[in-house]
Design a protein. Sequence first.
Length: 131
Amino acid sequence: TGRIVSIGVSVAVQLSNEPTWDSSAVVSGLRVVVRPVDGSGPDVEHTAGAVSSGGWHVVELAEGEVVTAVSGCAGGFLERLVLHTSRGRVWTPPFDVFSVCSFPFAEVAPAGGYLVGLQVRKRGTERHGRR
């Protein structure tokens, strides 16, 4: 087991060839660095997706700090990811001219709790009775 010491988000600009569609910034990769609680080894990186040419935007979590909520925007892709921590910090990669917000979302842990994972579902595929 371990604790999350940093979270990185990579953002890429998705260019559109359609004259009626705008280009937009989307999350292309997510990286979580975990440190073993007992100090038995080096930090371990877990990456989903790919880093863009813009690199990683990283937030370092202090000892005991955890993610208590996530919010952001999604359309066909994840457009914005905002992390809320137990120390009251709100963090997101920088906004730019390609930032959009098709549909806002928020997921909040119960009082005194924290988030341990996220599952992404395509809009319209939700199963009744599941959250």
